[in-house]
Design a protein around this ligand. Structure first.
Ligand code: PMH
Length: 373
């Protein structure tokens, strides 16, 4: 990978050793013949798709999954060998490119296959398809055994397409309640039982299903996303994890300006923060255009091992913090990660943002370089 020089001190530090270790632990958790599909969509949940894919493959993953054709092509440009599966819907126009680049597509509509077929007539390689079963997620997929058999027969009777897999996705695997999960498993099992033959790769479980809901539900492969990044799918899953996960993402910057302001002076747009006493203010070059959205106002950061709050409104490219004393320009600021005894986790941000941890690294925008170590 090309190392690029960055001049701004704001960066996301990605611990590839943590990702490697998480995938190794996941691999050991599975039966030896079960493959790991490393879910590296959305730029590997904001961690950087190429570097994460490399670490995951080295640690034992064999298949890479993404959401879109462009993500798949980006991965293929860096990795010639491994299977790449697009989990979402792909446009019909992408079918010949997928065949040429050996990218596996998700199939859930007979029309799609019929319309893609003429575009594949000149291809030497077949287009490989995994049929998606909507067993209760309500997103994409066939919803009855009749639809399954129709799409199966369409694939079998169409030149240049090949059935390679069958899969589903669970909607509630991270909940304590098992009712909906069990219904989904039952429906998927019924689908499998009516298939005239079992395709090469049957897969269903994500992190939560695999690690806590039903560790035996492995089929031929398991699709791991959030656990690979060292995060838990939900607090419930976190409380009963079979082994610890190591978070890989931290977010750092440094003080670019430090000043003393007087009691009554204000800070930031709208002059919403008014100093209650004379105090030290530091400016950090990170803002909402980096994904540190304005809702994070008041969130603490770490400076010199201590928690200190962001004050005033977060600007597009900068924000201000209340310092306990004067610090030198260049003093490190940790927005997510560890400093000394203190830690600010992705989960803490997720709580502040009233969302899930998955969303946090994803919203750190491309302007923030991902630095690997
Ligand atoms: N398989 C599919 C089809 C997915 O959509 C996802 C994650 C995974 C596997 C991996 O799940 P995990 O990260 O819990 O292990 N998809 C999403 C999503 O669409 N929104 O949040 C997570």
């Amino acid at each position: 990978m090309k190392t690029q020089q960055y001049f701004r001190p704001t960066k996301a530090m990605i611990d590839l050793q943590a990702i490697h270790q998480n995938v190794k632990n996941l691999k050991e958790f599975l039966q030896p013949n079960v493959q790991i599909i490393a879910v590296v969509k959305a730029n590997a949940y904001g961690h950087g798709d190429v570097a994460v894919a490399q670490a995951a493959l080295e640690a034992g993953a064999t298949i890479l999954a993404v959401a879109t054709p462009d993500e798949a092509l980006h991965i293929r440009a860096h990795f010639e060998e491994p299977d790449i599966l697009i989990l979402g819907a792909s446009p019909i126009s992408f079918a010949p490119y997928a065949a040429q680049q050996r990218i596996i597509l998700t199939a859930f509509a007979v029309d799609w296959i019929q319309q893609a077929a003429p575009l594949l007539a000149n291809e030497t390689l077949p287009l490989r398809l995994h049929i998606k079963v909507d067993s209760g997620m309500g997103r994409i997929g066939i919803r009855s055994e009749r639809e399954l058999l129709e799409i199966y027969q369409t694939i079998q009777s169409t030149d240049h397409v090949e059935l390679d897999g069958l899969f589903t996705h669970f909607a509630t695997a991270d909940d304590e309640d098992t009712t909906h999960f069990n219904q989904q498993v039952q429906f998927f099992e019924n689908c499998l039982s009516v298939m005239p033959f079992k395709p090469r790769l049957v897969h269903a479980s994500n992190t939560a299903a695999s690690l806590v809901k039903d560790p035996h539900l492995q089929y031929d492969a398991v699709r791991y996303g959030i656990s690979m990044y060292g995060l838990s799918p939900s607090p419930y899953v976190e409380s009963i994890l079979p082994f610890p996960l190591q978070p890989a993402f931290s977010l750092e910057s440094e003080l670019v300006h430090v000043k003393q302001i007087k009691s009554g002076d204000s800070v930031g747009y709208g002059a919403t923060y008014v100093a209650p006493t004379d105090m030290w203010i530091g400016t950090i070059p990170i803002g909402y255009a980096d994904g540190v959205i304005r809702k994070l106002g008041g969130q603490e950061v770490l400076v010199d091992g201590q928690r200190i709050p962001i004050v005033g409104r977060i600007c597009m490219d900068q924000c201000m913090v209340a310092l306990p004393k004067a610090y030198a320009i260049g003093e490190k600021v940790t927005l997510i990660g560890q400093q000394g005894q203190n830690m600010i986790s992705i989960n803490e941000w997720a709580t502040k943002l009233e969302t899930i941890n998955y969303e946090v690294p994803c919203i750190i925008t491309a302007r923030v370089p991902r630095i690997y170590f």
